[in-house]
Design a protein around this ligand. Sequence first.
Ligand code: ATP
Length: 239
Amino acid sequence: MLGTGGPLLELSGVRAAYDQITVLHGVDLTVDAGQVVALLGPNGAGKTTTLKVAAGVHPPSGGRLLLGGRDVSGARAGDLARAGVCLIPEGRGVFPNLSVRDNLWMMTFTGRTRGEIEDAAYSRFPVLGDRRTQAAGTLSGGEQQMLALARGLTTDPAVLLLDELSMGLAPLVVADLYERVVQIAREGVAVLVVEQFAAAVLKIADHAAVLARGRIPWQGHPDSSLHAELSSYYLGSAP
Ligand code: ATP
């Protein structure tokens, strides 16, 4: 079981590299149960890499990864998934040629029955129930994201890592999805959200961090001072 008290997910001085090239230079970030933390920054800043390290998909080359206070640095993705870490990658990771129901049924490896999985998915996202026999690839972008979330929630995650939830979606759809993400967090999940374009997530985030060139130069409450910070990092005028 995960420890209680303190952050559920903690990255401390995390460094990461591809081949010999270091792309994270010491990232410090914590996410508590019930909290939505937004990790923002321009293209290539290292946001996806941070999520990959947190999910055990990419090994850190330095620093520590803690889960419920336990040092899990270097643990593999499967072990972290079993410990409650769920990564929903950019592009949503649903199987487009399979029906909504088949996409959900694939999650029976979690030990839940097909019926339980479908009930949980359709009660949270009723539109998925209406579309259960439809190929996932024919759903709208927002519905596909709901399906990805429903699949991820089947694992009963303690930590949910979301990469560019808003990618390619209309602002109203994004706002609706983020309301649902807040609900998920308030059920006790620690949610870390990566976004390149900030507006939607800043409305709901409890805490925000800016990642630029593999470092976090600013983090705090997503209030108005963040907007000035962000524009300087996106426009490259920051030191
Ligand atoms: P984006 O929004 O473009 O995905 P990001 O902030 O998520 O950007 P990352 O995808 O983490 O950034 O990439 C950080 C750096 O690492 C970039 O310079 C990128 O080119 C490099 N990089 C990412 N994945 C690999 C890889 N598999 N092999 C080599 N370099 C990589």
